[in-house]
Design a protein around this ligand. Structure first.
Ligand code: TXA
Ligand code: MG
Length: 330
């Protein structure tokens, strides 16, 4: 049996959190909710424990893992730290869904995939905060899906992908954003978004007040190792529809599942997975990854998904859709 334990996301049971913390401190693995997606955690300072994460997920060895911290002392322990205006901004932003890549300190080569840098984030969710405090260690945690699959928004999806391989799965209900954190790195006069995510480019601009560029759109920009893999994808074929009439036409055939807004679902006269209203991109984001899993469970051989406006969290939504469709557009 999988070891699934229910926890209140706002006020998690101290005894359960102590038990989970002891598993981490003892070199084991615990899956837990965060404000973005579910994570699969191990002690970031224990290379053998971190190796288990790669094995359990089937993750490529060259793809480094985010280190989760609960305070700025831990930031200074695992990295060269932050100073000046950038640190002040992080004091306002954290805890939250923003990850920063810094020169590393005291972290082994397994979670960092042998790089000289480490990605660090302070999650806003009470469960990982307590888990970090009670284990006494920073926690290395990628998303708790099987490598290549959509990230889990529900504990049941963690069970589906990883099940008994994990020592404990904490079920704190659905993750709120449904897409992963934004990963950034600072360069001389700019900040580069390595992976768009729950923290918007507009907010990055506002908080840091410097030029913001997006990896892949600027020459010789650093890249995030993880972004080169096909990712977040359903097993079935998924295409991005850019034209409403074309989507409506395609759906008439009856053997394609429509995934999209309630607005377009009204016009598409066939079975649909409704992500939410176009007016509420947060709702769309939260339902996106689960919709990929729904496509796989359905009787349909393929899916067609509508595109969304690339503002706010919409940038992350479109990034994940492009990855999931492997660039297939009609
Ligand atoms: O919201 C999230 O970030 C979730 C929750 C659990 O915190 N975690 C997550 O981790 O999405 P993962 O491993 O699925 O994605 C981490 C991304 C990958 O694209 C990885 O390549 C990149 O961050 N990354 C990690 N360390 C890096 C480093 N040192 N330099 C550049 N990119 C790095
Ligand atoms: Mg992932």
């Amino acid at each position: 049996m999988e070891n699934v334990r229910k926890v209140d996301p706002v006020n998690p049971d101290i005894r359960v959190m102590d038990e989970a913390g002891a598993i981490i401190a003892g070199g084991g693995t615990v899956a837990f909710p965060t404000e973005t997606v579910y994570g699969l955690g191990a002690n970031a300072l224990d290379d053998d424990a971190c190796k288990k994460i790669f094995e359990i997920k089937g993750r490529q060895q060259d793809n480094p893992i985010i280190v989760h911290i609960s305070d700025f002392d831990q930031l200074d322990y695992v990295s060269q730290g932050l100073s000046g205006k950038i640190r002040e901004a992080f004091e306002m932003i954290w805890p939250g869904p923003l990850t920063v890549v810094l020169d590393k300190k005291n972290v082994g080569s397994v979670p960092t995939a042998g790089l000289g840098s480490v990605a660090v984030r302070m999650p806003a969710h009470r469960v990982p905060q307590e888990l970090i405090r009670r284990s006494g260690y920073p926690i290395a945690a990628p998303s708790a899906n099987k490598s290549g699959r959509p990230s889990p928004v529900y504990a049941s999806e963690v069970v589906e992908d990883l099940g008994k391989k994990v020592d404990m799965i904490l079920d704190g209900g659905p993750a709120s954003f449904g897409v992963e954190s934004t990963v950034i790195i600072f360069r001389k006069d700019e900040v580069v978004i390595l992976r768009p995510g729950a923290f918007s480019a507009e907010d990055i601009k506002k908080f840091f007040n410097i030029k913001v560029s997006i990896s892949g759109e600027v020459p010789d920009a650093p890249v995030s190792p993880g972004m080169k893999y096909r990712h977040y994808a359903p097993e079935k074929e998924l295409v991005l529809g850019t034209d409403e009439d074309r989507i409506i036409e395609e759906c008439k055939s009856g053997n394609v599942l429509f995934i999209g807004s309630s607005e377009l679902a009204k016009k598409v006269n066939s079975e649909s997975v409704i992500l939410g209203s176009r007016e509420n991109l947060y709702e769309i984001a939260r339902n996106l990854f689960p919709s990929f899993r729904e496509l796989d469970r359905s009787e349909y051989p393929r899916g067609i998904i509508e595109g969304f406006e690339e503002r706010g969290i919409g940038l992350a939504i479109m990034n994940r859709i492009r990855k999931a469709t492997g660039g297939k557009v009609i």
